[in-house]
Write a protein that binds this ligand. Structure first.
Ligand code: SF4
Ligand code: SF4
Length: 403
């Protein structure tokens, strides 16, 4: 474990990759976090389930981390746990159930833990520097808040991590208010209901055209701390970003740059297209609202994606993939599948059990397997088809290559 001081705040970095390593690291983090001692208090865990891209692409929080965190908190005697997030506006507008697509629901259902979709939650009005919006009551009223962001590049903000994770606490389309002045509002939003613990899932990060269309990078790391700006500063430094390149971080008073062990150097997001930048202009908001139904048409969305105007193209069909099956014993035994399995199944059992207590059908093993020895069961692919075409090869590469 490495420890860094940022002003008066402490940030820790632990290396982990396999389910056992992640479990051990998260257990240490929870026991050292100094959470409020009353075990009956409600604990709300807020991962980053921004959209329906699998965690191994670097986009969403890894089930290895959520699973380890739930178990560490239950073992700590916590009795009232909630996993909550409000996915992005495009997902929300189309009614896509990200909790189901990412199998977070399958994971959470194994425990005495509830899920709350913050987009459907009651909101509490809050004034930000550039507008009024509703923050979900479940997050506001939580007695213990645990934020579990991912570490990825962001086309507008340079990087997305702990402070940016709070955008998911804003109810449904009110998130658009945050985008009126993204840097200023992100810098203010986390402090509305600050976390008691930040645990950054940097097992797989995303570089390049993040947060929705970048490339996965295996970092094998977990950052933890209490202060989102301090955690962000250390996480940014670990991937070669100084605070000046992250507009919401640059708003905080300068502190001595932490000398952090490099996990790698993230390739930044490419420059946004002129049309994408123009679409954010205040005076053109009316036009954006007008063309929104048009951009929702699959053919228009695809054209906008190809022109680098949007990053996300959503598929409404969930598909019928039910899980994974083994196609071959002769697989070479690389262990990539077992290394990413949230429930810690050994290679010999992967794809050979349909017991929901053992296998979450999360498909992580299929994403990671480079030989086809793990195949998808059921069909059609639905939304997975587009994701697999875009990401299967990069996930295979990323999961077997550590930085
Ligand atoms: S065996 Fe595969 S699908 Fe099942 S929980 Fe493990 S990684 Fe997920
Ligand atoms: S990832 Fe595929 S090739 Fe590697 S051990 Fe698992 S099943 Fe075999």
């Amino acid at each position: 474990m490495e420890r860094y001081e940022v002003g008066n705040e402490r940030v820790e970095l632990r290396r982990a990759w396999t389910p056992g390593e992640v479990r051990e690291a998260v257990r240490e983090v929870v026991s050292a976090a100094g959470l409020p001692s009353d075990r009956a208090l409600r604990v709300v865990i807020k991962p980053n389930l921004n959209n329906d891209l699998h965690a191994l692409t670097g986009n969403s929080t890894d089930l290895r981390v959520i699973c380890a965190l739930i178990e560490a908190l239950l073992d700590d005697g916590r009795r009232d746990l909630v996993v909550a997030d409000g996915p992005n506006v495009g997902v929300e507008r189309r009614g896509i159930d990200v909790f189901r697509r990412l199998r977070v629901a399958n994971l959470v259902n194994r425990y005495p833990v509830r899920i709350v979709d913050l987009n459907r939650d009651e909101g509490v009005y809050v004034d930000l520097p550039d507008g009024r919006l509703r923050v979900a009551r479940t997050w506001m009223d939580a007695q213990v808040r645990v934020s579990v962001p991912t570490l990825k590049t962001h086309a507008e903000m340079g990087l997305s991590c702990a402070m940016k994770n709070h955008v998911g606490t804003v109810v449904a389309q009110d998130k658009r208010v945050v985008h009126r002045d993204l840097a200023r509002n992100i810098a203010a939003l986390w402090a509305v209901a600050p976390p008691h613990l930040v645990l950054v899932d940097a097992l797989v990060g995303m570089q390049g055209n993040g947060p929705g269309d970048g490339e996965p990078v295996r970092l094998g790391a977990l950052f933890s701390g209490r202060s989102p700006p301090a955690v962000d500063r250390v996480a940014a430094a670990a991937v070669g970003f100084d605070a000046a390149r992250v507009p919401y971080l640059a708003r905080f008073p300068a502190v001595e740059e932490p000398r952090v062990s490099r996990l790698g150097v993230f390739e930044p997001a490419p420059a946004r297209s002129r049309l994408a930048v123009a679409s954010e202009r205040r005076e053109l908001r009316w036009l954006k609202r007008l063309v929104r139904p048009l951009v929702a048409l699959p053919v228009v969305a695809e054209a906008a994606y190809r022109a680098n105007i949007v990053q996300d193209v959503y598929t409404l069909e969930d598909g019928g993939v039910t899980g994974v099956r083994r196609t071959s014993d002769d697989c070479g035994g690389c262990t990539a599948c077992a290394d990413v399995c949230p429930t810690g199944l050994p290679v010999a059992q992967i794809g050979r059990t349909v017991d929901p207590a053992a296998c979450l059908s999360c498909l992580a093993c299929w994403w990671a397997c480079p030989t086809g020895a793990v195949a998808l069961d059921g069909g059609p692919l639905g939304f997975l088809e587009r994701h697999a075409t875009r990401y299967k090869a990069s996930v295979e590469r990323a999961t077997r290559t550590s930085t």
